[in-house]
Design a protein around this ligand. Structure first.
Ligand code: ADP
Ligand code: MG
Length: 562
């Protein structure tokens, strides 16, 4: 029995739909890219699930995507024979936006269409982009493996509600029909649709079929022949020299679910003992869920062109979790599972090789395209700082890529590399000095810096949460220790002259009594009271023991309830 119900979108979904339609309108043709991309994902998922259960194919493993239009009904339909969805999946995938950070995303919108369009693209709108050109969207779908009466019809006008109905659907997979909004008839044109598909979806590995255009009344047949519109070959398997930048860009948008072009990519074929191809991208912008370790969409694993899984976390370390793309292995078995990936030599060596490639790409970007690198660092720098602690083997190489704010410029922009710092080190300076604080202003104005400023010694100004973790994991670079200016006895070594040393000893003697009195007053609250030479203007400051947690780390741990 056709059990029909009406459900409401979540408030946030409603808001997002409204915004999207208005801000993405100038680029409305991308709806087709999104629907084809979803159809392709659905076929990939089926192929993977069917590796373990051939019955899911229901005798039809010829996966394809079809695009048809109907001039009279004013509809465009994109269908696939992929995995399909059951009722719960339809509600979850098409009725809610389960993404973390949705609210903060909506709050970040400005009301300026151009700016918001960028942000919305970054958030990723996918399926909902249908409503840019359609005032009603119908999805019929049946999950592979369910019987035909378990089909579902979803329909919505994109305003506030949608209906769900159980239907009979003999053929597995999904079919999305757009009922075009008045004025969008330009899309009811085979030539136009073909052009859009070639422009955005040529790299889709499955055939995208359209009915052949018919000319003249007499030729009109009930069932026109179909033709393939795209190349349907795996982009990464083609020779680099034959791939255009636009093709790389569009492929990126598909694998990364991004709306914008990537910042850079590296395409690499490895032959020999191990054979694999990797095509890895650096996005232009951090996703909203960069800090949400639960939701990562990283590198896809393929085996001999067959999609195996999304977000194969074993393929990239956590500090490179922003990298997107594919790795296609010739050596793994097709029935490889997530468990097998845990301890697998092939995976380990593909991962090692791919990490090197990404670091190499970043290195050459830093050297040859410093502006691009600045963009990269602003988006992903804080994640990269997890690197030295996580990837011991590549520690030096990662450290080279790090950028910091420092007292050299005294601005918040992180642009100083450790090599640059070392070049500017004073005669006799042995350590790389840094300060950590909970804000840039606090770091910059810290009294601990007074003596350094006076002597013209540069200090790195660190104020991100990750910096505490980072400074505990990278304790030296290029043979020079990294030292906190707030910890322990300040020993500027060679940087002090004889006179200063004598003066120090004299002052220590003169103040013996004062120190004792202060210590007696403060009692157990402090370990020790010392005369300091690190201050030039302020009368006193609190320092931490050489081996103790810094005051800032203590603050952070307290704030997270430790
Ligand atoms: P994304 O593709 O980035 O996940 P979309 O908004 O494009 O986001 O799609 C949302 C979800 O809806 C998909 O993740 C998928 O689970 C489901 N979906 C969309 N289209 C199809 C389809 N043709 N077949 C099966 N599932 C689909
Ligand atoms: Mg999608």
């Amino acid at each position: 029995e056709a059990h029909k119900e009406t459900l409401g979108f979540e408030t946030e979904t409603r808001q997002l739909l409204h915004l999207m339609i208005h801000s993405l309108y100038s680029n409305k043709e991308i709806f087709l890219r999104e629907l084809v991309s979803n159809a392709s994902d659905a076929c990939d998922k089926l192929r993977f699930e069917a590796l373990g259960d051939d019955a899911l194919y229901e005798g039809d493993n010829d996966l394809k995507i079809r695009v048809v239009y109907d001039k009279d009904a004013r509809t465009i339909t994109v269908s696939d024979n992929g995995i399909g969805m059951n009722r719960e999946e339809v509600i979850e995938n098409l009725g809610t936006i389960a993404k973390s950070g949705t609210r903060s995303f909506l709050e970040s919108l400005t009301g300026d269409n151009a700016k918001d369009a960028q942000l919305i693209g970054q958030f990723g709108v996918g399926f909902y982009s249908s409503f840019i050109v359609a005032d009603r969207v119908t999805v019929t779908t049946r999950r592979a493996g369910l019987t035909e009466e378990h089909g579902v019809r979803w329909e919505s006008d994109g305003q506030g509600e949608y209906t769900l109905e159980t239907i009979d659907k003999p053929d597995r997979g999904s079919s999305v029909t757009l009922h075009l909004t008045e004025g969008e008839d330009e899309f009811l044109d085979g030539w136009r649709l073909r052009n859009i598909i070639r422009k955005y979806s040529d790299h889709i590995t499955l055939p995208i079929l359209m009915p052949k255009e018919q000319h003249g009344e007499e030729e009109e047949k009930a069932e026109p022949e179909e033709e393939m519109v795209n190349q349907a070959s795996a982009l990464w398997a083609r020779p680099k020299s034959e791939i255009k930048d636009e093709e790389y860009n569009e492929f990126y948008k598909h694998v990364a679910h991004d709306f914008e072009d990537p910042l850079a990519w590296i395409h690499n074929k490895v032959e020999g003992r191990l054979e694999y191809t990797s095509l890895l991208y650096i996005p232009g912008r951090a996703p909203f869920d960069l800090w949400d370790r639960e939701r990562r969409r990283g590198v896809k694993l393929y085996v001999k062109r067959v999609f195996i899984m999304d977000d194969a976390e074993q393929l990239m370390p956590s500090y490179l979790r922003f990298v997107r793309g594919v790795i296609d292995s010739n050596d793994l078995p097709l029935n490889v599972s997530r468990e097998i990936l845990q301890h697998n030599k092939v995976i380990d060596s593909m991962r090692g090789g791919s990490v090197k490639k990404v670091l190499g790409l970043l290195e050459s970007m830093a050297r040859n395209e410093p502006e691009k690198y600045t963009t990269f660092w602003a988006q992903f720098g804080a994640v990269m700082k997890e690197g030295p602690g996580e990837d011991f083997a590549n520690r030096e190489q990662i450290a080279k890529l790090l950028r910091f704010a420092s007292t050299n410029k005294d601005t918040e922009e992180q642009s100083v590399s450790l090599d640059e710092y070392i070049e500017r080190m004073k005669e006799g300076q042995e350590a790389i000095y840094y300060i950590t604080a909970d804000s840039f202003a606090a770091a910059k104005h810290s009294p601990h810096l007074e003596i350094f400023r006076k002597k013209g010694i540069e200090v790195l100004l660190l104020h991100e949460r990750v910096d505490e973790w980072f400074t505990s994991s990278l304790t030296e670079y290029d043979g020079k220790p990294l030292k906190s200016v707030t910890k322990g006895e300040l020993d500027l070594g060679e940087l002090e002259d004889e006179e200063e040393k004598k003066e120090k000893e004299k002052v220590a003697k003169d103040f013996e009594d004062v120190l004792k009195r202060v210590k007696d007053t403060l009692g157990d609250k402090v370990n020790e009271v010392r005369v300091t030479h690190r201050l030039t203007d302020s009368p006193a400051c609190v320092v931490t023991g050489e081996d103790e947690m810094s005051a800032n780390l203590e603050r952070i741990l307290k704030s997270v309830g430790q």
